[in-house]
Each structure stands twice: as structure tokens, then as C-alpha cells.
Design a protein around this ligand. Structure first.
Ligand code: ATP
Ligand code: 5RP
Length: 330
């Protein structure tokens, strides 16, 4: 666990509903004690309640249903160490509740649909992560959750995804071009599972030149495009782990990808081939996977990369705190 300091580090975690943001935030709890972190759900900045959105036909994804002036003002206040009176959007009633007081902690995470939409907010963020879920996986996860846990029918789920698609494409998806690290969750290129469910290929894209971020890579940084098929006895025989360079919206970037499923017990061996993980002890990444094998994604690249992003985020946080302490001494 890292220690407390004065500077407020502001993090943005973006992506559509159901793309794994909460699972990622749950994993961060292993790395930061709870007094260090405040999570702000940006749904609280909805300016139109559910009834108003229904009447006007404006969705929650549409910027017109969100108060970016207030979001920017309050993000700036938190970053400069001031408390705010944050509105609350109540998902049970669909109404906007009276505001609550939020006091800044050393880390404030803005998570939700629009963390990078407004330039004023975007420019305040010290690290930006976007969860980019491809459509077939979005459908699969939503069906699993909304049918099993929320009593929705298959048709309801598909209708809900379809009705969000135009505004998702117009306002949410384009934000990924502003992210520092993007976790892409794609259908596997390997043969399907016997039950017909899709395996996952996860790719962690890391834009070059992120302050305080030394990108992890596979084997050797000098080898820029490499794939490894480990052939673990209890994992997918075709499991493939790759590292390469790419272009992300005109910015040079590198990526790590894992295609296929692995037994969590094999994660130490996967981790051994990675460099620059920002672990504080050897084997930390795998031990964090093994600690929560019940979390979704613990058998594929989604969980593995969520933990890796968490470790990198911790090292950014520590670097920023060290810099602010050094500046305070001058
Ligand atoms: N790596 C994963 N593998 C398989 N399923 C997953 C994975 N991550 C998340 N899910 C599924 O997707 C659902 C949504 O995940 P999660 O709650 O983390 O997303 P979210 O972005 O916070 O969603 P929301 O904004 O709707 O709360 C989970 O209930 C789970 O069923
Ligand atoms: O995308 C969403 C959150 O990520 C929700 O659809 C949005 O916040 C509206 O919520 P509700 O459907 O409860 O009125």
C-alpha cells in the first residue's frame, strides 16, 4: 500500500456502461488503501433526470443531458484540494437527489461515460484509461448480467444496446483517442468454445510519451513485434501473448495482447516474460490475479491487464507524489 501525501492525483476511467470499469476499480482496492481514493461516478452530473430524458428523447450519453460546466468546476476544485457539493443521480428513482459533500483525497477517480469529453476536465487528468469493449463482447457480457441478475429478456438487451448505439458512436467512443492507455476487449481469433460463448482477446494499447509511464513489454524492448504461445497444460493450447508497436489515432503506441484463456495458476509464468510491470515485489501481478480468481476476467487478458494497468497507475501516483514533495522542499 502506498502512503498519503498532499497532491491530488486525478484519474479518468472511461467507457460505456458494462465494460468492466467497476471490476477494474475493485481491483485497485488491492493497491491503494481506501482512505487514499475517492471515486466519483460521472452519472452524478446528469442534468436531465430520467423523466426529462424520456420526454425530450435525449439519452444520458448525449452531452446535452450532462452538466459539463459543473463537472469541470468541481474537478478543478478537487484537484486544488477543495471540497465540493457534488450532485447525486439516483439510479433507483431516476431523479437527481440533493448534493453531498466530497472532500478530496490524494487520489480522485472520475469514472463514467464522459471523463474525456470536455477539454477542461480532460486537461486536469493525470492519467486516462479507456475500456473499449467490442460489440460482440458487449452483447455477451450484457446478456450474462442483465438476463441473470436483472431479469431482462434477450430482446430487451439487444434493444437497449441498439438504442444507445448512435449516441455511443457520436459521443462516447471518440473519447478513446484522448486516452493514455486503452484496454481493448475483442472476440478471440482462436476457435470458439464448445458452449458457443466467445473467447476474448484483450489488448492493452499504451500511447507513447505518457508522463511518468514506462510502458511494459514482452521479453525485450528491442524486439518490437513478437508473439509467444506458451502451451501451458491447463490453458488454451493456442493461448497467444504478443507485444508490438502501432499507431493509435496518429499517435505512436505499443500494445500487449493476450488471446485465449489461461488457468489463473499459469499467470506467474505469463508475468515472468513481461518487463517494466512496476511491481514492488517479484510475482505481485500474478498474486493479485490469484487473490481474486472469482472476479470476471481472471482467466483471460482482461483481468491480467486490469491488474497491470493498476500497477502502472500506482507507479504514476508515486512519481507524482515524489515530484510534489521534492518541489515543496525547494
Ligand atoms: N473481464 C470480464 N469477463 C467477463 N465478464 C465481465 C468481465 N468484466 C465484466 N464482466 C461482466 O460485465 C458486467 C459489467 O462489469 P462492470 O460492472 O465491471 O462494468 P461497468 O463498466 O462498471 O458497468 P456499469 O457502468 O453498468 O456499472 C459484470 O457484471 C460481468 O458480468
Ligand atoms: O449509461 C449509464 C450509466 O453508465 C446509464 O444509462 C445512465 O446513467 C442513465 O441511468 P438510468 O438508466 O438509471 O436512468
Amino acid at each position: 500500500m502506498v502512503s498519503k501525501a498532499d497532491r491530488v492525483v486525478l484519474i479518468g476511467v472511461g467507457g460505456d456502461s458494462g465494460c468492466g470499469k467497476s471490476t477494474f476499480l475493485r481491483r485497485l482496492k488491492d493497491l491503494f488503501s481506501k482512505e487514499l481514493v475517492t471515486v466519483i461516478c460521472l452519472d452524478d452530473y446528469h442534468s436531465l433526470d430520467r423523466k426529462q430524458r424520456k420526454e425530450t428523447g435525449i439519452t444520458a450519453l448525449d452531452p446535452r443531458a450532462n452538466n459539463f460546466d459543473l463537472m469541470a468546476e468541481q474537478a478543478a476544485a478537487l484537484k486544488s484540494g477543495q471540497s465540493i457539493q457534488k450532485p447525486i443521480y439516483n439510479h433507483e428513482t431516476g431523479k437527481i437527489d440533493p448534493p453531498e459533500r466530497i472532500d478530496p483525497t490524494p487520489i480522485v477517480i472520475l469514472e463514467g461515460l464522459h471523463p474525456f469529453y470536455d477539454k477542461r476536465v480532460r486537461d486536469l487528468l493525470d492519467f486516462k484509461v479507456y475500456f473499449d469493449l467490442s460489440d460482440p463482447i458487449k452483447i455477451q457480457w450484457k446478456i450474462q448480467r442483465d438476463m441473470a441478475e436483472r431479469g431482462h429478456s434477450y430482446d430487451d438487451v439487444i434493444r437497449a444496446i441498439e438504442s444507445r448505439r448512435p449516441d455511443f458512436s457520436a459521443y462516447i467512443d471518440p473519447q478513446k483517442q484522448h486516452a493514455d492507455v486503452v484496454l481493448q476487449i475483442l472476440p478471440s481469433e482462436l476457435p470458439e468454445k464448445k458452449d458457443g460463448t466467445k473467447k476474448i482477446k484483450a489488448a492493452m494499447v499504451q500511447v507513447e510519451g505518457i508522463p511518468n509511464y514506462d510502458p511494459p513489454y514482452l521479453f525485450d524492448r528491442a524486439i518490437s513485434d513478437v508473439c509467444w504461445k506458451p502451451n501451458f497444460p491447463n490453458s488454451d493450447p493456442e493461448l497467444t501473448f504478443c507485444y508490438g508497436t502501432t499507431d493509435y489515432f496518429g499517435r505512436p503506441a505499443s500494445y500487449l495482447s493476450i488471446d485465449g484463456e489461461f488457468a489463473p495458476d499459469d499467470s506467474p509464468e505469463l508475468e515472468q516474460k513481461l518487463r517494466n510491470t512496476s511491481e514492488t515485489r517479484f510475482g505481485e501481478l500474478a498474486s493479485l490475479i490469484l487473490k481474486h480468481t472469482d472476479y470476471p476476467g481472471s482467466r483471460d487478458g482482461t483481468g491480467f491487464f486490469q491488474v497491470l494497468i493498476g500497477l502502472k497507475f500506482r507507479s504514476i501516483y508515486e512519481a507524482l507524489i515524489a515530484q510534489s514533495l521534492a518541489a515543496a522542499k525547494v
